[in-house]
Design a protein around this ligand. Structure first.
Ligand SMILES: Cc1ncc(C[n+]2csc(CCOP(=O)(O)OP(=O)(O)O)c2C)c(N)n1
Ligand SMILES: [Mg+2]
Length: 323
């Protein structure tokens, strides 16, 4: 694993972690309202997947700040979106769950659980019809694998032979419901294995996620068929800011924090000589400045104008028919 890659992983994971810690603070101050789902603890899956996949359409759920950052979305535009400001990536009208940027092929977040799986299959099918080989990355949670659209998407992707990488981030919980109470199969990759190659990986190890995703991307684009990865991970925070998460014992949370993905990355990188303390310090300073700048930008930005209520509703025509 190259030095450059370790540096990139650390930068993106640290940026994601610090960005979200700041989001939490700004939410508690009242600068962010509405839903806010944090992915703290899950950074290895998000960064490893986005970097490993490289170019291609990306569909994901509402826990998507780190995915957007890893895709290259401007942190200022994300923070402004969370603050509900006009300069936000979705003009301040989407909020945390609706970061969306076609220029980055970023077609998420999506708020309806598992609804974006058929969208991803449709996008891959469209590209196939256009004669392209590009694969599509579709990320979703363990809870999504109990929805009807999950099975519909797997079925059609296999039947139509389209290159979608289905990546399930199994953090064991769907809001407050543990997987043991909602899923007959506990190893979720087994739900896919009769349709396509399906593997289970350690989602706390960014190098393992990266490697698995690179291999999967190569498979889907070589054979034009789908592939499934289940990444085992854990979220430290509640489901959203509205959830204290007290259905989990502090002991359980502490146990997972012992395998923190950023700590694991650093341990391995120091051991292999891929990163030095000095480099880490410089990255930390850079990240701090970026997060600070994002908040300052969001605070200084204006709210959307009243006219914006009638734009981007369904289509251009709507703004003509609604008085
Ligand atoms: C179709 C649908 N049903 C229920 C909900 C309410 N809901 C929002 S998030 C969520 C849990 C999803 O859990 P999971 O897929 O494991 O993702 P995680 O939040 O753990 O990342 C539920 C049930 C919803 N948004 N959409
Ligand atoms: Mg979950």
């Amino acid at each position: 694993m190259s030095q450059t890659l370790a540096e990139k992983f650390y930068y993106l994971m640290k940026l994601g972690r610090e960005f979200e810690i700041r989001c939490k603070e700004e939410y508690l101050k009242g600068n962010i309202s509405g839903f806010l789902h944090l992915a703290i603890g899950e950074e290895a899956v998000h960064v490893g997947a986005v970097v490993g996949f490289g170019k291609g359409d990306l569909f994901c759920p509402y826990r998507e700040h780190v995915l957007a950052l890893a895709r290259g979305m401007d942190p200022r535009l994300i923070m402004a979106e969370l603050f509900g400001k006009a300069t936000g990536v979705s003009k301040g009208k989407g909020g945390s769950m609706h970061l969306y940027e076609p220029k980055l092929d970023f077609f998420g977040g999506n708020a309806i659980v598992a609804a974006h799986l058929p969208h991803a299959v449709g996008a891959a099918y469209a590209r196939k019809l256009m004669g392209e080989k590009a694969g599509v990355l579709c990320i979703f949670g363990d809870g999504a694998t109990n929805n009807g659209t999950f099975f519909e998407a797997l079925n059609m992707a296999s039947l139509w032979e389209v290159p979608v990488l289905f990546l399930c981030e199994n953090n064991q919980y769907a809001i407050g419901t543990h997987i043991s109470k909602s899923s007959y199969l506990k190893d979720l990759y087994l739900k896919a294995k009769d349709y396509m190659p399906a593997v289970q990986i350690d989602g706390m190890d960014v190098f393992e996620v990266y490697k698995a995703v690179v291999e999967a991307k190569q498979y889907i684009e070589t054979y034009g068929k789908p592939y499934f990865i289940e990444a085992l991970t854990y979220r430290y925070e509640g489901h959203s800011m509205a959830d204290k998460g007290d259905y989990r014992s502090p002991r359980e949370i502490e146990m997972y924090k012992k395998r923190d993905p950023i700590d694991l990355l650093l341990q391995k990188s120091f051991k292999e000589g891929w990163l030095t303390e000095e480099q880490v310090k410089l990255i930390d300073q850079k990240v701090e400045a970026i997060v600070e700048e994002a908040v300052a930008f969001a605070l200084a930005s204006a709210e959307p104008s009243e006219e914006e209520l009638y734009t981007d509703v369904y289509c251009g025509v709507c703004s003509d028919v609604i008085p």
